[in-house]
Design a protein around this ligand. Structure first.
Ligand SMILES: Nc1ncnc2c1ncn2[C@@H]1O[C@H](COP(=O)(O)OP(=O)(O)OP(=O)(O)O)[C@@H](O)[C@H]1O
Ligand SMILES: [Mg+2]
Length: 219
């Protein structure tokens, strides 16, 4: 098991969003997280990725509790083991596609030629070989989402948390992006938890977990 969350609770003021969620992720599986808008998918992903603390409950990554560690340790955990695709992808407008992909590395150390090669090959795999030096404003929405996905994968994470990675894409582009992703994660043994509203996408995952009324229903 790569990750296990036990009895996670989270409220914002009086709004109880997560009411005792338990979840596990096996190594190498792709799990879809579905549920109505406002159900708490983003909140849960943020907690699993140590971007937010639960009110109660614990998250274990490779048997180590990660929710209540010091900020610096959590930051190192995220940088080493985690790739995150945000619901709103947050590419930096001043940087090219290639530079955006290299950003997680730039924050910690200088970029090597191997890093550049990996960034370039990820973008090529995602069909962006001829867009390496374009800025986000010169890319379509779907192209920007593929850049954000490449950025999440640059550090060879063990876990990819993807929040609506295909939001705003038509079904054909969604399918394409998912196939790029599936091939790569199977090759590299990456575990994926992906929030999505698209039922046809969720059905292609290895497993679907459904969040409703603050609780998970596995199916
Ligand atoms: N920082 C916050 N402060 C207050 N309320 C919040 C905060 N973040 C989320 N919420 C509330 O928590 C609930 C869950 O939000 P969340 O973003 O996790 O839902 P979601 O399932 O990701 O929805 P969507 O499918 O629309 O992305 C919502 O009611 C939202 O308004
Ligand atoms: Mg969300």
């Amino acid at each position: 098991m790569l990750l296990e969350a036990k009895e996670i609770y989270k409220s914002y003021g009086k709004v109880k969003v997560l009411k005792g969620i338990s979840l596990y992720l096996n190594k190498g599986e792709i799990v879809a997280l579905v549920g109505p808008s406002g159900a708490g998918k983003t909140t849960l992903l943020h907690i699993l990725g140590t971007l937010e603390k639960p009110d109660k409950g614990a998250v274990y990554f490779e048997n180590q509790e990660i929710s209540y560690q010091q900020d610096t340790l959590q930051a190192r955990f995220r940088n080493q083991y985690l790739g995150f695709v945000f619901q709103f992808h947050y590419l930096l407008p001043e940087f090219t596609a290639l530079e955006n992909v290299l950003l997680p590395i730039l924050l910690y150390r200088s970029v090597t030629s191997q890093d550049r090669e990996r960034a370039q090959s990820l973008l090529e795999r995602f069909g962006l070989g001829d867009r390496l030096h374009h800025r986000p404003s010169a890319l379509s929405g779907g192209e920007q989402q593929r850049v954000a996905l490449a950025r999440a994968l640059i550090n060879r994470p063990k876990l990819l948390l993807a929040d609506e990675p295909t939001g705003n894409l038509d079904s054909q582009n969604t399918q394409m992006l998912f196939e790029y992703l599936r091939n790569l994660v199977k090759e590299e043994g990456i575990t994926v938890l992906m929030a999505t509203h698209k039922e046809y996408l969720a059905q292609q995952a290895d497993r679907v977990v459904r969040i409703q009324d603050g609780l998970l229903q596995s199916s």
